[in-house]
Design a protein around this ligand. Structure first.
Ligand SMILES: C[C@H](O)[C@H](O)[C@H]1CNC2=NC(N)=NC(=O)C2=N1
Length: 113
């Protein structure tokens, strides 16, 4: 069966099944504001900002932009798909790209989740 277009809204069951395959991503919000979210932790502000800038690059490349909540040593990343007021496959694809940023050992990135 061909897969649905990347920005079609997933059903609640599809979202839960997809979340179960991720590491640390959780459901956030409800209704049109429903999103997936993960918080990454860093050793200091510069490392947090380096991560945020890498996310900005991915977001522009993918034309899919997360909400970001920053502190000195953490960044919460929240994806949903405005166009469908829900969570789509694009959100999970971008979540995987963000996870790949910290795929390197924490000793080199300073990241933990
Ligand atoms: C016109 C442009 O492609 C759209 O507005 C894109 C931009 N970035 C986006 N980002 C997110 N998170 N959801 C969207 O639906 C979306 N749509």
């Amino acid at each position: 069966m061909p897969s649905a277009p990347a920005r079609t809204a997933l059903t609640a069951t599809q979202i839960i099944a997809s979340l179960a395959k991720t590491e640390g991503w959780k459901l956030y919000g409800d209704g049109a504001d429903v999103a997936i979210e993960k918080t990454y932790r860093f050793e200091n502000f510069l490392k947090t900002m380096a991560f945020v800038n890498a996310i900005a690059y991915i977001a522009e490349q993918q034309d899919h932009h997360p909400e970001l909540l920053l502190t000195y040593s953490s960044c919460s990343v929240r994806f949903n798909t405005h166009d469908v007021q829900g969570v789509s496959r694009s959100d999970f694809e971008c979540a995987a790209l963000v996870d790949a940023l910290i795929g390197a050992p924490a000793s080199t990135t300073g990241a933990s989740t």
